[in-house]
Ligand binder design. Structure first.
Ligand code: B12
Ligand code: SF4
Ligand code: SF4
Length: 390
């Protein structure tokens, strides 16, 4: 008996073979570039994300990150960002720490820099690799390609969940069964048709460890974050003085926060980062507050060269370190705080006043308050008022 294969069937068969080959090619490339995970989804795979993003923005949970609202249409829908995109490849890179990052939180003379920022800027590390893959893939497939990591208006977490890299846990970050919460994400958009993977399902169950671990109660509900209360937002994204409500709760966290990630039981399956550029620099594991308070602009830039910390600039950084100083209970830091109370930056002067109020004996602080400049910047005058010396 003869089987009749139509031209259409042959075409379909050919297209499928091509998709399979390109899919295998991109997976091999991802592995060669050291990515730990690589899976594929379609641009229409996150139908609930636009509504959820809208709620987040309408409730003001993005705080001063105005760029999130400005890009909302493109962010919510990959097709609005690039109408020709047919497949989205999601990559995960493990940045797991060697030890529990919460260990440093009860050492008040030390400053806690979150795990992701203890070495090279992951944007640089990932972007270079994605560009490499993109160039090779475009040449092989003869298709258009764009790559993104973090800063583009792409909802990386729901897309990664749809591609099956992991699921969005109650702390809102992606959790992987094999890497826990320590994964950076990046994506490659292409006009090529690829074979898609199955989405991951939620494995949080009745656990709420991350929600209970948050020092600032930043989760209004499971799976929802109010960034305005999150220490990561406050210490990295937020400019100007930090609301006094949060200062004591920040403890010694001077750049980002890992508490909700570190609390996740799925981390027991996580290995330490194999990429050397993402393994903690020794001098960023537990830097002393006293040392960090000495950094002027030039020293700050040198010390944090190549690090994501450099992004926030010296003044915002020293603002954070002064909060940690004020929380340290260590009167040995008073001399440095007094010097910083005369710093050219108003945000630094203001936070030095707050730290001094906590570190000095009341009679010493009252004497110091008499030296204040009554004509100072409004933000600094507000700090004097809050310190009871307005
Ligand atoms: C803005 C931003 C922030 C903001 C806001 C964080 C947030 N959760 O939205 C701030 C500055 C606070 C922040 C902090 C951090 N960030 Co950030 N951030 C981003 C960024 C740029 C956009 C995230 C976004 O779109 N938020 C908008 C909200 C609406 O989207 P969403 O978080 O996906 O919200 C979902 C849930 O709320 C859910 N949802 C809502 N209601 C409901 C109800 C139910 C029932 C369910 C199931 C779900 C659900 O649906 C929404 C849409 O999917 C991404 C990069 C990117 N382009 O995606 C990195 C990114 C999320 N950040 C990252 C990291 C590492 C961090 C920090 C860990 C850094 C640190 N150590 O300090 C912290 C973690 C804090 C936390 N718990 O989220 C990684 C996370 C990697 C991962 N494994 O998930 C990303 C992906 C960057 C990257 N390329 O690797 N970040
Ligand atoms: S990063 Fe820290 S402050 Fe932000 S939600 Fe997680 S535990 Fe709370
Ligand atoms: S700590 Fe528990 S609730 Fe939070 S993400 Fe991990 S498994 Fe889910």
């Amino acid at each position: 008996m003869r089987t009749l294969i139509s031209d259409q069937d042959q075409e379909d068969e050919k297209a499928l073979r091509r998709r399979e080959k390109l899919t295998a090619f991109i997976r091999e490339e991802a592995e060669a570039q050291g990515f730990d995970l690589c899976r594929i989804t379609r641009p229409d795979s996150i139908p609930r994300a636009p509504e959820r993003l809208r709620t987040f923005l309408d409730e003001g949970h993005h705080g001063t990150m105005a760029w999130m609202a400005e890009t909302r249409e493109r962010r919510a829908d990959p097709k609005a960002l690039w109408s020709e995109v047919r497949s989205i490849v999601l990559f995960g890179l493990n940045y797991g720490p060697d030890e529990d990052p919460r260990g440093i939180l009860d050492r008040p003379d030390r400053a806690a820099i979150s795990v992701y920022a203890r070495n090279r800027d992951y944007h640089d590390v990932i972007k270079g690799r994605l560009k490499e893959i993109a160039t090779r893939f475009a040449a092989r497939a003869g298709e258009d390609v764009k790559v993104f990591v973090d800063t583009a208006p792409v909802m990386e977490k729901p897309l990664a969940e749809a591609a099956g890299l992991g699921w969005q846990g109650k702390h809102t970050n992606l959790v992987s069964r094999t890497h826990g919460s320590w994964l950076f994400l990046g994506s490659l958009f292409t006009t090529a048709e690829l074979i898609v993977d199955a989405p991951e399902t939620d494995h949080c169950g009745s656990c709420r460890a991350c929600l209970d671990a948050c020092p600032t109660a930043a989760f209004p509900a499971p799976y929802r974050l109010d960034a305005r209360r999150c220490i990561s937002y406050l210490t990295i994204e937020h400019k100007g003085p930090i609301d006094p409500e949060f200062r004591p709760l920040i403890g010694n966290r001077i750049y980002g926060c890992d508490d909700c990630l570190a609390a996740c039981p799925w981390n027991k399956f996580a290995a330490s980062a194999s990429e050397m550029k993402l393994r903690a620099r020794e001098d960023l594991k537990e830097p002393s507050i006293a040392f960090l308070l000495t950094l002027d602009d030039a020293a700050f830039r040198t010390f944090f060269s190549g690090s994501p910390v450099k992004r926030i600039g010296r003044d915002r950084f020293v603002r954070n370190v002064l909060i940690a100083a004020g929380n340290s209970g260590d009167p040995a830091l008073i001399g440095q705080c007094l010097e910083l109370a005369r710093d050219p930056s108003p945000v630094v002067r203001g936070m030095a006043i707050w730290a001094l109020k906590r570190l000095m004996r009341p009679e010493d602080f009252a004497r110091f308050a008499q030296t204040r400049d009554v004509e100072d910047d409004p933000g600094v005058r507000e700090e004097w008022r809050l310190a009871g010396a307005g």
